[in-house]
Every structure is written in C-alpha cells, then in structure tokens.
Design a protein around this ligand. Sequence first.
Ligand code: SF4
Length: 295
Amino acid sequence: MQEASYYNKLDEVGRVKCLLCPKECVIVDGKTGTCGVRKNIGGKLISLVYGRPIAIHIDPIEKKPLYHFYPGSKIFSIGTFGCNLSCRFCQNYDISQFDPTEDLETLEEIRYFTPAEVVKMCKHYELEFLAFTYNEPTIFYEYMMDIAKLCKNPEDGHEIKTVVVSNGQINEAPLRNLLPYIDAFNIDLKAFNENFYKRICNGNLETTKNTIKIIVEEKKHIEVTFLLIENFNDNKQEFLEMCKFLKSLDENIVLHISRAFPHYKLYFKPTPYKLMKDFYDIAKLQLKNVYLGNV
Ligand code: SF4
C-alpha cells in the first residue's frame, strides 16, 4: 500500500489532515477523505488507487480536448476512480463517483499496474503521449507523479510527453512539484461564479483560477474547457468576465466551449446550438482560439 504525500498527522488519536487539495479533509482512523480514495489506516494516509487504474484507452489527443498540442496524435490515457468534486452534472460519474465498497469485494479485483508497466504499455503501442484523465488526476497524485517521472527520465532515453486533464482543484505546493513533469494541461473552468462551484460542484472557483494562473506563468501548454449548461451557468456577463480573466493571463489560451448533455443528478436539456453560438461570439471578441465541442 502506497503512503500518500501531502498530509499531516494531527494528534495521538491518529487523525490526519490531507493537504493535497483545497478540501483539506481531516480524516479519522478507518475513514477516507471526500474523494473516497485516500484512507487513514492506523494514523497513516494511504492512496487506495495507487497502481489501480480502472480506465485505460488510446484516444485521439483532440478528445482530451487538446487542439493546439500535437494535433492528429494518439494518446495513451489512464484514470482511476474517485474525485474531489461531486458535480451534479458529471459527464463521467460512473468512474468519478464509483464506490468500490458497493461494487467490489476488494480493491485487489482491480488489476495492479506498476508505473513502469504503464509506461511500457504506452511504448508497446508506439505512443509518444500519455494523459492522466477520465477522473480527477489530483486524487491519484502519487501514481501520476511516479508515472510522469518515468516518462520524463526514461532509462531507454525515449521520453514521453505528459498531459493532465483536471478540474484544477489542487493546492499550490503539490501543483508546483508536479509541473516539471507535465507538458500540457486541459483545465475545466465550470463557471465564473463561486456559488455555482459551491452549490453544484462542492468546490471553489478561486483554486481553479489560481491553478490556471500558475500553469500559464510557468509557461506550460494549457487549454481550458467550459461546459455550458442552459439555465445553470449561462449568464453572459459572468462568461464575459471569465473570458477577460483568461485574456488577462494570455489571449492565446485555447478555450473549448463544450455542449452539455444531462447526466448524473442534474436535469437539463442538451445545450441549444443558438446558445453555444452566442457564447462563441462573446469569447471570440476576447480570445484568439475558441472552439465549440460536442456539437
Ligand atoms: S485529495 Fe481527497 S482526502 Fe485529500 S483533501 Fe482532497 S478530497 Fe480530501
């Protein structure tokens, strides 16, 4: 079992505080944090998903989505279960909200892959790119880090480019330590409204803004995805503020406006094309690279 990084032991009764993401869960012995994958076992914080991916695929890089990073490439993509948010509209809820205690006798049912085996598999398919995606990679931070380090410092001299697809809910210290090993990011910006983040996603906007800012400052490739949901995050003034924020960082940031379909706990109609076009027009006045997705 892999001990987690970024946590403090709090007291003699064995409580720990996880410092990986802004939730900063205080976890008693035998329990997991909000993400469901970091467990206090006898006063030690353990990553339950280290080495246990439940999704492995080869995707077009445009599916991440990344449109300005080696377009036309195929990318080896890997994810575990669990998430530090619980967005009521989650488009991947079957793995992000997967509860192993309901569906599995034991976690051992998920096949174990060492970081070296993951990199070997990627190379076996002659792929130059590897993505941490599907669920939130922050919550499998240690596994992601060990794989990314192998991609960047390979024994055979054959480097692999790494991609993170994330909600941006990560504390600054772990983000900064990860950056040297990652080439490109796609960050979800779910709304430009703190109340939406809190009420619909159980997260916070400021952390994601800060993550985007740091990635831009560190000159890593970044594209941003905004999932447009009619009647939930379709305030045009707020969206304009979002575009201005991105422009203030770099007007070349790629923005994907993605069409939403009802999933999980939130009922809404698929985003109308007219609304997609209106938002495209707003963004295009601020940013050079804007795309519509899922249309
Ligand atoms: S990574 Fe998980 S356990 Fe750690 S603070 Fe975030 S939600 Fe809590």
